[in-house]
Write a protein that binds this ligand. Structure first.
Ligand SMILES: Cc1ncc(COP(=O)(O)O)c(C=O)c1O
Length: 390
């Protein structure tokens, strides 16, 4: 194996947004800011994945390549090893992105003007996907009880009973609040949505990033035995930090959904294969277990380090999944815009302010903790001195 070159972000000594333009646009400056706002890792990536991409580049042949069956085989084997995932009756298909899968399915299975149920605070991409397909976002906010987020199942039942609300975007595990939904919680969603005829689009792109002893339950499992219509999104992009090259996967147990989805992909020419995606996906799913276990351990340690180092007035919400810390600043008593600008101007931190995820996120901010220890220590130091000077 050749030496793996250190990544651009690591060689700069701090996480580096590959998109400084976005940093400028969202935070008003780039200088002196520690950018921890994106959901991506800033640590050395899995050597098997990097090696596979390098080997593929070294072939110096970048023409068309049809998708070999072994890539999907590697995914199913990974699912059964890591998540007791069932393959029987399920099909997985490549899709350029999670957003593509969701938009295509919304288009296929709902009408313009229909309501799409979201559970804010939730991934910022969901609302634009609903609006972009000319559907209406319908809110079923998470409940925060005794310091832990949960779902409002009664509220969901009421929304699902309205025939105009034809689909739900479920974030499992949930970005940004870090919940790994339990089988019981997901089962309730499946039953309520089956009753109301609501199509569940389960975004499970963070599914591999659940911190033991918590477990990832694929919606496919929770839905077994109900007649809820569902599809889920998976893929290596968050797990192995390969969003810049890799495709995602759409999983469904419904043959009709699979055929309809693939027909759209064919019509829009969305099914061309990226050779690096194939190489990275295969390598990650085949050989990435040990690396991911270490990675999850690092996230756990970073979460503990962060919790221990936070200044008074700032609290870390319990983190069961994802490498995203959901920080509670409410005790500092700032309004949402004030908190957002204080984080930039006083703490020198580019975090995702909580209100980006919906109004329920006001007073919170999201920070990636998939970082080297010195970066985390830097972030904690910045927060402490900003709070000290309040
Ligand atoms: C829950 C969730 N879904 C989807 C995405 C993005 O997926 P894609 O870029 O493939 O659309 C993200 C990225 O942060 C995410 O957190």
């Amino acid at each position: 194996m050749t030496d793996i070159p250190i990544s651009r972000s690591l060689s700069l000594g701090t996480p580096f947004s590959s998109d400084p333009g976005a940093l400028q646009r969202f935070f008003g400056r780039t200088e002196g800011l520690l950018p921890l706002w994106l959901a991506e890792p800033y640590i050395p990536l899995a050597p098997s994945v990097i090696q596979a991409v390098q080997d593929r580049a070294a072939e110096a042949w970048l023409g068309y390549e049809s998708r070999p069956a072994d890539v999907l085989d590697a995914f199913w084997s990974w699912m059964s090893r890591r998540h007791h995932g069932v393959k029987d009756g399920l099909r997985a298909m490549a899709s350029p992105s999670v957003g593509t899968s969701i938009a295509v399915l919304i288009d296929l299975y709902s009408e313009a003007g229909d309501g799409g149920i979201l559970q804010p605070p939730v991934y910022t991409g969901f609302k634009p996907l609903v609006r972009g397909t000319r559907r209406t976002p319908v809110r079923n906010p998470l409940c925060l009880r005794d310091g832990r987020y949960g779902m409002d199942i009664d509220g969901l039942r009421a929304l699902a009973a309205n025939p105009k609300n034809s689909f739900m975007l479920l974030c499992n595990p949930h970005n940004p609040v870090g919940r790994a939904w339990t089988r019981e919680e997901l089962r309730q969603v499946a039953e309520v949505c089956a009753e109301g005829g609501v199509f569940v689009l389960a975004d499970e792109i963070h599914g591999d990033l659940v911190l033991p002893p918590h477990q990832f339950t694929p919606f496919a499992k929770a839905a077994e035995g109900t007649d809820v219509k569902w599809a889920s999104t998976h893929g290596p992009i968050k797990t192995f930090g390969v969003a810049g090259i890799a495709d995602t996967l759409l999983v469904t147990g419904d043959a009709e959904i699979a055929v309809a989805f693939q027909a759209v992909c064919q019509r829009l020419h969305l099914n061309r294969n990226n050779v690096f995606s194939l190489a990275a996906t295969r390598a990650g799913y085949r050989d990435g277990d040990a690396w991911l276990d270490d990675f999850l351990q690092r996230i756990r340690e970073n979460a503990e380090r962060l919790e221990a180092g936070l200044p008074g007035g700032v609290a870390l919400m319990p983190i069961e999944a994802t490498y995203l810390a959901w920080l509670d600043f409410r005790e500092l008593g700032m309004e949402a815009p004030e908190l957002a600008s204080w984080l930039v101007s006083e703490a020198g931190l580019a975090l995702s302010p909580g209100h980006w995820f919906g109004r329920e996120g006001a007073g919170f901010a999201r920070m990636t903790i998939a970082v080297e220890e010195h970066v985390l220590v830097d972030a904690i130091g910045r927060l402490r001195s900003a709070v000290d000077s309040l």
